[in-house]
Design a protein around this ligand. Sequence first.
Ligand code: GTP
Ligand code: MG
Length: 199
Amino acid sequence: MKITSAEFVKSAVDPSQCPRDGLPEIALIGRSNVGKSSLINAFVNRKGLAKTSSRPGKTCTINFYRINNRFYLVDLPGFGYSSVPLSVKKSWEKMIEGYFKGRASLCGAFVILDPRRDAGDVEERLYGWIEALGIPAVTVFTKVDKLSRNQLTSRIAAIKKAIPLTEPVLFSAVTGQGKVLLGKKVASALEAGYPAANG
Ligand SMILES: Nc1nc2c(ncn2[C@@H]2O[C@H](COP(=O)(O)OP(=O)(O)OP(=O)(O)O)[C@@H](O)[C@H]2O)c(=O)[nH]1
Ligand SMILES: [Mg+2]
């Protein structure tokens, strides 16, 4: 997918603040610090468009990036960041769940996983929401530059035992690996359009 434009449009903390122009959108979801914001920057070739940090908990609102004037990539706060107070964590989770369950323009959701970390209850819940919406779930393993080929293969095999994965994208924001495949997944989610169940 050729990226011709990428712009930050707005941040939202509840559904009423989300864009209403009806463009289709694809959300990036996963635990804190896995590299959701970095993936957006790498994918659209714009360092610093989405704010990133080596400390988890950087993204704390629902952020809309309009790509090619045709669709949104939506950056979400991470799940399971243990250093924020429980009340904040709960409010982020509620915000994300509210967004997910009420967003008619959602065409796809990319679950972002760090292959070095085990997947579990959090991811199971996320895949459950996505399935309930009838939108495609795409699994992306990020930071693959941090592992050897063998390490990566065995980590993915281990994670597959916990959650069923179909053809994950292997991605690195550092080397750019996986950008072409990610573009294809974006294009096919957009092509499939909105699920009937979702308006
Ligand atoms: N080596 C390597 N580092 C990465 C990659 N992607 C992200 N990082 C680093 O991982 C850290 C977290 O990246 P973010 O993009 O801020 O992660 P996030 O998932 O948006 O985090 P929250 O907003 O806190 O949920 C930063 O220090 C990034 O530089 C990658 O592909 N390779
Ligand atoms: Mg982020």
